[in-house]
Design a binder for this molecule. Sequence first.
Ligand code: FAD
Length: 305
Amino acid sequence: MIQRRSQRSPFRVSFEFFPPKTPKMEEGLWDSIQRLAPLSPDFVSVTYGAGGSTRERTHHTVKRILSETPLKPAAHLTCVDASRDEVDAVVRQYRETGVRHFVALRGDGQAGAGGAYEAHPNGYRNAVDLTAGIKAIDPEIEISVSAYPEKHPESPDFATDIDLLKRKVDNGATRAITQFFFDNDVFERYVERVRRAGIYVPIVPGIVPIHDFTKISRFSAATGASIPLWLAERFEGLENDPQTHSHVAAAVCAEQVLDLVERGIGDFHFYTMNRADLVYSICHILGLRPSAGGDDRTDRIEQAA
Ligand code: FAD
């Protein structure tokens, strides 16, 4: 019998993957899934490219996870460049495949995060509407949504941002996964604000292991996630020293997660970047071990890969 949760660890984890572009990347993804699956994540999610550009690849990856592993996949879905009918058709298609969980997002316009977003004239305007649309198709479907501890770059203020989160929850979302962040005080203050606004769903911290500090810094600027000075100092001078970079990254991520544990956090969502190494180590530190059914599970995935 495969257990969904480690006997030893009280923590729950989920892993996010992106749909691979090439056969080599697909192989890398499946190696990672094979490594991480025995840790019995609560669910694994698969992102959806801007403008639905990965629609087929996301679907393929979700379908493969569903048919070849015991993992529970959550499909990310955005409103970008698609009418309601088109988005609804994608939801129905997933449902027929057996998908019961969506990460409902507005998405970004052509200019990317922070750029001006224009809703499709016949489309869902944002994640609030999309959440309602998915629930109208199937009220039983589980919906996770985004949350922004440092507020979304387009939000004028926290009140607007949190009001939007409240409307997503009012429409049926039962979990919010945060944009990545590095300052746990920022996260804690955000959760306090969210609770004061009467939002009681789990706010799951999105944790990003830093495989490449330069890339993460660039990406942070676009997403509104700040890079504290102390973090930049930790990676200073490591551009051409991958081994030390990787050790520092493991230490930084472990520190962040263990500090969140101290603050009472029990659920973690890992942005894996399709790589298992760092995430596996952090989960090990959290006490997660391959479950009793892990061998069976690995065998099944190996056979399928
Ligand atoms: P929403 O929650 O709908 O809105 C975001 C912000 O827009 C609000 O905070 C608000 O400031 C503003 N806004 C929206 N509607 C209104 C309104 N009516 N009035 C006033 N302000 C409004 N992107 C992808 O393309 N594919 C993915 O798979 C993906 N996965 C993600 C997973 C997570 C956990 C997170 C945190 C983000 C993800 N993103 C993904 C990025 C996301 O698409 C962008 O951050 C995007 O800019 C906002 O999408 P959202 O669902 O957060 O938007």
